[in-house]
Design a protein around this ligand. Sequence first.
Ligand code: FVH
Length: 297
Amino acid sequence: MNAHTNPVPVTVIGLGNMGAALASALLDRGHPTTVWNRTPQKAEALVERGARLAATPADAVAASPVVLACVLDDAALREILDPLAESGALTGKSLVNLTSTSPEGADEMSAWAGAHGIGHLDGGIMTTPEGVGNPELMFLYSGSAEVFATYRPVLAALGGPIHLGTEPGLASLYDTALLGLMWATFTGWLHGAAMTGADGTRAEDFTAVALRWLNGAVAGFLTRYAGQVDAGHYPGDDATVDVQIATIGHLIHAAADRGVDNALPELLKATMERAAAAGHGGDSYASVIEVLRGGAA
Ligand code: FVH
C-alpha cells in the first residue's frame, strides 16, 4: 500500500513527548491516525490537526491494522495491552513497539505477541522528538520481516527505517550499544571543551575542529578497525597500544594542569594498560576489544 496515494490507518498508543511526535509525523503524511493516551488532554493538539481520539485502548486498536506503541516502559505497555490480547482485540493486528526495552524484554514481547496471534516488530528510536519525521535519522527495527515490509511506508513517515533482522532483541541491542557510543563521545567532547575552554577557547570553536576530527580521521579508524575486530587480528601498523598509552599521558597532564576532571582519561589509560599486559602492546587499538570482552581480564 502506498502511503501517499492510499494512506494506511494507524493507531498510536501513548502520547508523551515521543508518542505525540510520532502521531504528528503520521498526520503530516496523511495517515488516518487514531490515538489513545491515559491522560486524554495530551491529545488536544493532535485532534485539532485531524487525529481521532479513542475513548479506550480497545476502540483505538479496532481502528487500524497497525498499532504503534510508545509508553514509559514494558510494564506500562503490558498493563494496556494484556486485556486487549486476552479479549482477542489485537489478534491479526501488527504491533510496532517503540517503547524502550532490553533485548530480553523484546524477546518476551515477541513471544507474548506470537502467543496471541499478533505480528510484532520492536523498534529503537535513534532521535529525540524534534527529529521525528526526518528521513536522515534512524529508526531501528527487529522482528517480523513481514510486518516491516507491509508497513514500511508508515515507518518511513517516522524516520529512516532500518530492519536489522528477525531476532526480536536486535533493535534494542543496537539501540543500547549506540547510546553507549553517544555517551562516551559526549563525555570525551565535553572533556576537550573543558580543557580548551580553560585556555579561553569557545566550545563552538573547539567543536568545529572536533567535528572534522570525528567525521574524517576517527570515522576512518572505526572502519579500518571493524575489519580487524571481525578478523581477530590487530596489526599495529598505524599506532600501537603502547604508543597510545604514552600519548594519553599528555592528555592527563594537560587536563590536570587546567583543573579538569581526569576520570575518563584515567579509565581509558587503565583499559589500554590491561590490553598491553595481556600482550597487545604492539597491536592496534582495536585489540582493546579483547579486554572489553573479558578475554584478558
Ligand atoms: N523522548 C525521547 O527523546 C526518547 C527517544 C528514544 C526513545 N524514548 C522512549 O520512548 C518512550 C516514551 O518516552 P517519552 O519521552 O514519550 O516519555 P513521556 O513523555 O514521559 O511519556 C510517557 C508515556 O507513557 C504513558 N504511561 C506511563 N505510564 C503509564 C501507565 N501505567 N499506563 C498507561 N500509560 C502510561 C504516559 O501517559 P500519561 O502520563 O500521559 O497519561 C505517556 O503517554 C520511553 O520508553 C522512552 O525510553 C524516548
